[in-house]
Each structure stands twice: as C-alpha cells, then as structure tokens.
Design a protein around this ligand. Structure first.
Ligand code: PEP
Length: 242
C-alpha cells in the first residue's frame, strides 16, 4: 500500500509569529482527516525549531526546504542534515524547481542532497518537472527520466517521496490536467525499482481541484505552495474528499 502524503511548501513566507498564527487555525481543522494521510509542513529554517516544539505530539510532521550534503563545514548559508534532525525535522524538499532555477541546483547536487538527507535520517521529497518550453517541444518524458536517473544514483527508494511538479504550473494558477498528471506520475513510477514510493503532484493545487487530483489512481498526494499558506485552504486540501 502506498502512503498518502500532503505537504505544504511555505517557501520564503512566514515569520515565527505568522507560523504560530497559522497553527492556531490549522490544528483545529484536522480532527476528521483520516489517520493514514501524512501531513507535512515544509517551513523556512527560522521557523523550524519553534514549529517543532508546537507540533510535538501532534500528527503534523515537519519538513525543511533544503539540506546540504556535508555533515558540517565551511559552507556559509547552508544547513546540514544533523542540524535538521536534531530539532525534529523528518522530511526535506530537494531539487525544487525554484532552487534549480535561481540557485544553481543541478541533478548532481540534487543527488548529493538526497543521499545526505537519508544518511541523517530525513526522508527527502525529490521534485522533478518540465518547463513549458520543454513540454511544448515534446521533451517532458525524456527530461523527467533524466532527472530521475541522475538524482537517484545510490539513493534508497525505501525512504523517498517524489513530487511531479510541472514548472509551468507552479505559482501560476495553471494546473496540469489531473489525467495528464496521473499519466506522468505513472511513467515516473515505471522507472522506479520500489513501486511503493509515494508520488505527489504539485503545481497550483487548490481547495477547488484537490478532490479531482486525489481521485487519480497514480497520484499519492500533493506538494502545495501558495494554498498551504492559509489555514482554511490548506485544511480543506488535507481534508480532500474522494
Ligand atoms: C510548490 O511550491 O512546490 C508549488 C507547487 O507551488 P504552488 O502550489 O503555489 O503552485
């Protein structure tokens, strides 16, 4: 049985005060969410320790948005796996398209970060996906296969989540058709040695489209950016109806 995983990616939003305010509204709305749904908040580094204290004993798990591949060292501005694990972080987003686009992330550094995450006990959420230009050129499948192949060298597929995030659908309001996301996710699964890896869809997931997305047989959850920032919208998403 594949696990259902719904993760919010807060990107570079929310001070500590705003993070606490979010929790006040969000935690009240979880009573009816089926137990088997894993709920994760991937927050900015500065929020993590505080969130960890406030989420202790709750069903909501904590995720970071990046991790360096070394345990420690002269890497100004980076955060290591042991630093995250020590404060109760369990998951980490790796290879988000915004990191690939703005911060020089490559398939090679993604691979290093995935292995480091696992080494220090974190479950990575590997993001893959194509640009509009690549889709229009008919390169979606080959691009994703290449991203997967390079990212997954030496990676344990028992402790892994993958998110299919078409870049043209991120933050644009332009969702990938649910059936098309289902098709690509099926193709991603066909390249994996472990058929139980949860594969999420990400890209303009909203309260209005989550039910259709989660009705697709290949889709095991969602990675949610903008709509995870408001307690009402994210709680509707984790309370999706099938
Ligand atoms: C994301 O940040 O991974 C994302 C999918 O953003 P949005 O939901 O805002 O498109």
């Amino acid at each position: 049985m594949r696990k259902v995983v719904i993760a919010g990616n807060w990107k570079m939003y929310k001070t500590q005060a705003q993070a606490l305010e979010f929790l006040q509204g969000f935690m009240l709305e979880l009573d009816n969410v089926p137990e088997e749904r894993e709920i994760i908040l991937c927050a900015p580094f500065t929020d993590l320790a505080l969130l960890s204290k406030n989420l202790h004993g709750s069903r909501v798990q904590l995720g970071a948005q990046n991790v360096h591949w070394e345990e420690a060292g002269a890497y100004t501005g980076e955060i290591s796996g042991p630093m995250l694990a020590e404060i109760g972080v369990r998951y980490v987003v790796v290879g988000h398209s915004e990191r690939r686009q703005y911060f020089g992330e490559t398939d090679q550094t993604v691979n290093l970060r995935l292995k480091a995450a696992q080494k220090y006990g974190l479950t990575p959420i590997l993001c893959v996906g194509e640009t509009k230009q690549q889709r229009d050129a008919g390169e979606t499948e080959i691009l994703i296969y290449t991203q997967l192949e390079k990212a997954l060298v030496g990676v344990d597929q028992e402790k892994l989540i993958i998110a299919y995030e078409p870049i043209w659908a991120i933050g644009t309001g332009d969702t990938c058709e649910a059936k098309e996301a289902n098709r690509i996710i099926g193709l991603i699964r066909s390249r994996l040695s472990n058929q139980n890896v949860p594969i999420q869809y990400g890209g303009s997931v909203k309260p209005t489209n989550i039910d259709e997305i989660m009705a697709q047989p290949e889709i095991d959850g969602a990675l949610v950016g903008g709509a995870s920032l408001e307690p009402q919208s994210f709680s509707r998403i984790v309370n999706y109806q099938v």
